[in-house]
Write a new protein. Structure first.
Length: 216
């Protein structure tokens, strides 16, 4: 009995010590991954950049390149100054030219399939903002991929302005509405609660290994 109590006490102490170590190891690993992945906000477009929205597609007109607003961008995206953009071939179901965005600093790096964003889903909304102006918001979900291959979840919003009433613009989508656009993309990172949950899982794995050791 004394031997059993001693073994149980040692196991309990080992598990208690393993919890913060497992969590710390996981946080360190996650932090390293985030350092390599693309994170932050990306702002671009405006000026002469224009796109044509139809009922079920979005085409970025030639040249399909854009300048990045480095003063508004944050995080990893401050390293880029320009990019290329593909097309949304269909909204329902979503089909797009991927990589949808290719970021870089010159003509070669914006066409190298490195530092990219791929679309996984897309939709759009029309909103009457004034009696004769409609705001079109195109929302894309997907993921960024850094030149090292690290992945970060992301979402983007394109804004286009069209003259007319909501009914007029909706009808015009059958043949296509062409307007200048601006874009804002941003990345998301794991919630602290999710990291804690993963840390707990790691601790349970450590506990399981300890039990096997005591059994032997």
């Amino acid at each position: 009995m004394v031997s059993f109590k001693s073994t149980l006490l040692n196991a309990t102490l080992a598990i208690t010590a393993a919890l913060p170590l497992a969590a710390a190891g996981l946080f360190t690993s996650t932090g390293s991954a985030q350092a390599a992945a693309l994170v932050g906000d990306l702002s671009f477009g405006g000026g002469s950049n224009n796109a044509t929205l139809k009922t079920n597609s979005l085409t970025f007109n030639t040249p399909n390149t854009f300048a990045i607003d480095t003063s508004s961008s944050t995080g990893s995206f401050t390293a880029f100054t320009q990019g290329t953009i593909g097309n949304i071939l269909s909204f329902a179901p979503t089909s797009a030219t991927n990589p949808f965005l290719d970021l870089g600093t010159n003509a070669a790096t914006i066409a190298d399939n490195l530092n990219t964003f791929a679309v996984t889903s897309a939709t759009y909304t029309l909103t009457q903002v004034t009696p004769n102006l409609v705001s079109i918001n195109v929302i894309t979900d997907g993921f960024f991929k850094s030149m090292l291959g690290d992945i970060s979840q992301g979402q983007g919003i394109f804004t286009l302005q069209a003259k007319g009433t909501l009914a007029d613009v909706t009808a015009d989508l059958n043949t296509g509405v062409t307007a200048t656009y601006s874009g804002l993309y941003f990345t998301s990172v794991p919630e602290p609660a999710a990291l804690l949950g993963l840390g707990a899982v790691g601790a349970v794995m450590v506990m399981s290994r300890r039990r096997k050791s005591f059994a032997q």
